[in-house]
Ligand binder design. Structure first.
Ligand code: TRP
Length: 361
C-alpha cells in the first residue's frame, strides 16, 4: 500500500501504529540510501508525537551473512550504518534502535515460523527465483550457490516483523513481496494455533526519490556507481572534497557549456530535486534551459547536498572514532527490544505446546 493509504487505514484490532524496518549490514551508506530510507524514516519518527506509535529500526546483521561472507565487511558496515543513522538525527531514546543479532528471540521465532511456512511459498520468492534463473542460463545446477539462508531469507524477515507486531513496514519496491510473505506466514500460524501475530503491511512511499547513480543506472552498491554519504571511510581524505569529486564524476552528455539542456534527462537535475525546494528546482530548471555549463550545474548540486549533510559530519566522525558509544546505544536498544521479544516468544512457545511441565519454586 502507499504511504497515505497505510496511514489512513485502521489497523486491525485497533492496535497502535507500529513502524519497523531493517537495514542489511553489507555496505557503507550512500546518497540513495539517505534519500530513499534514512531521511524519510527519521522524519517520520520525529513527526510522530503519539507515545503509542513506537518505531523500531534495526541492523539486519543476520541477513547480511546471506550475501556477504567477509567478516570485516559485515563488522565495518554495522558500525558505519549505526553511526550514519544516529548522526543524521535518529533519536535512540525515542525509537527502538537495535542490532538483530542482539535479540536471540528473533532466530528462535524464525525456526518456529519455518514450520508454518510452506516450501512452495519460498519457491516463489523473487530473490531465490532470480538465483535459479541465473544458474540455469549459465548451464549449472539450479541450486548452485543457493544456501538455505538465501532460500529461507523471507522467514527470518517475517520473524523480524512479527516479533514486534509491526503494522507498517517501510521498504523499497523489491521488498514488498517479502512483507506479503510475512503476512501469509502470520496468517497460517494464527489459523493453526491462535491469533498471536498482527498482519503487517508494506509501506512504499511514492514521493521518495529513487536516485540514479554516477553512470546513469539506479544508484546501488552492486553497480559501484554510488555517491557515499560521508566519504568512503578513509579518514585521510576530507569527506567534503570526496563528495564534490563524486558529483563531478556524474555522467552527462557532451553538450557545449552554453547549449540549452533538458533538465528531465539529467542525473544532476534528478538528484537536485531530492534536496532542493520547489522554488530552487524551478530556478535550476530555468538555468538548464538557458544553457548552464555542466560543471556549474554540478557545483550547484554539490553545494545543495553539502548544506544538508555537512552538519551531520562531525557527529558521524565522532561515533566512528568512538565505537564504545555506539555499542552502548545498541545495547540500550537491545534491552528495549527484548522486553517485547521475550514476551512474544514466550506466548508463541506456549501456543505451540512448548512450556514448562510444572512450576518449580
Ligand atoms: N531485507 C531487507 C532489505 O534488504 C532488510 C530487512 C531485514 C528488513 N529484515 C527486515 C526490512 C524487516 C523490513 C523489515 O532491504
Amino acid at each position: 500500500m502507499s504511504a497515505s493509504e497505510a496511514n489512513s487505514n485502521l489497523v486491525e484490532n485497533n492496535q497502535p501504529k507500529r513502524t519497523l524496518t531493517g537495514v542489511t549490514t553489507t555496505g557503507i551508506p550512500h546518497l540513495g540510501n539517505y534519500v530513499g530510507a534514512i531521511r524519510p524514516a527519521i522524519q517520520s519518527a520525529q513527526n510522530s508525537n503519539n507515545e503509542e506509535d513506537k518505531s523500531f529500526f534495526f541492523l539486519a546483521d543476520y541477513h547480511s551473512i546471506i550475501k556477504c561472507s567477509d567478516p570485516k565487511q559485515v563488522h565495518e558496515s554495522t558500525k558505519a550504518i549505526a553511526a550514519t543513522w544516529l548522526a543524521c538525527g535518529l533519536d535512540p531514546e525515542k525509537v527502538v534502535f537495535y542490532r538483530q543479532s542482539d535479540v536471540p528471540e528473533i532466530p528462535e521465532l524464525a525456526w518456529i515460523l519455518n514450520c508454518s511456512c510452506s516450501k512452495g511459498l519460498m519457491n516463489r520468492a523473487h530473490a531465490y527465483k532470480a538465483a535459479v534463473d541465473a544458474n540455469l542460463s549459465n548451464d549449472v545446477d539450479a541450486d548452485h550457490n543457493v544456501t538455505m539462508g538465501l532460500f529461507g531469507y523471507p522467514v527470518l524477515m517475517a520473524a523480524d516483523i512479527l516479533m514486534f507486531n509491526a503494522t507498517h513496514v517501510p521498504v523499497g519496491r523489491d521488498q514488498i513481496q517479502h512483507v506479503e510473505m510475512a503476512r501469509d506466514i502470520a496468517g497460517t500460524f494464527n489459523h493453526k494455533y491462535k491469533p498471536l501475530f498482527t498482519l503487517p503491511s508494506a509501506v512504499v512511499d511514492d514521493n521518495v526519490a529513487l536516485l540514479t547513480g554516477l553512470d546513469g543506472r539506479k544508484m546501488s552498491k552492486s553497480y559501484g556507481n554510488t555517491i557515499p554519504l560521508f566519504g568512503d571511510g578513509n579518514p585521510q581524505v576530507d569527506p567534503e572534497k570526496q563528495l564534490r569529486k563524486a558529483i563531478m564524476q556524474i555522467v552527462t552528455n557532451s553538450q557545449a557549456p552554453e547549449d540549452p539542456k533538458n533538465p528531465d534527462d539529467s542525473v544532476v537535475f534528478e538528484i537536485y530535486k531530492a534536496f532542493a525546494t520547489p522554488a530552487e528546482i524551478a530556478d535550476l530548471r530555468g538555468q538548464f534551459e538557458a544553457g548552464i555549463a555542466w560543471g556549474d550545474a554540478k557545483q550547484i548540486l554539490f553545494e545543495k547536498i553539502n548544506d544538508e549533510i555537512a552538519p551531520f559530519r562531525a557527529r558521524y566522525a565522532e561515533l566512528m572514532a568512538n565505537p564504545k558509544e555506539l555499542e552502548e546505544i545498541l545495547m540500550m536498544g537491545a534491552e528495549k527490544a527484548r522486553r517485547h521479544s521475550q514476551k512474544q516468544l514466550d506466548k508463541t512457545r506456549r501456543a505451540i505446546g512448548i512450556k514448562p511441565l510444572a512450576k518449580l519454586k
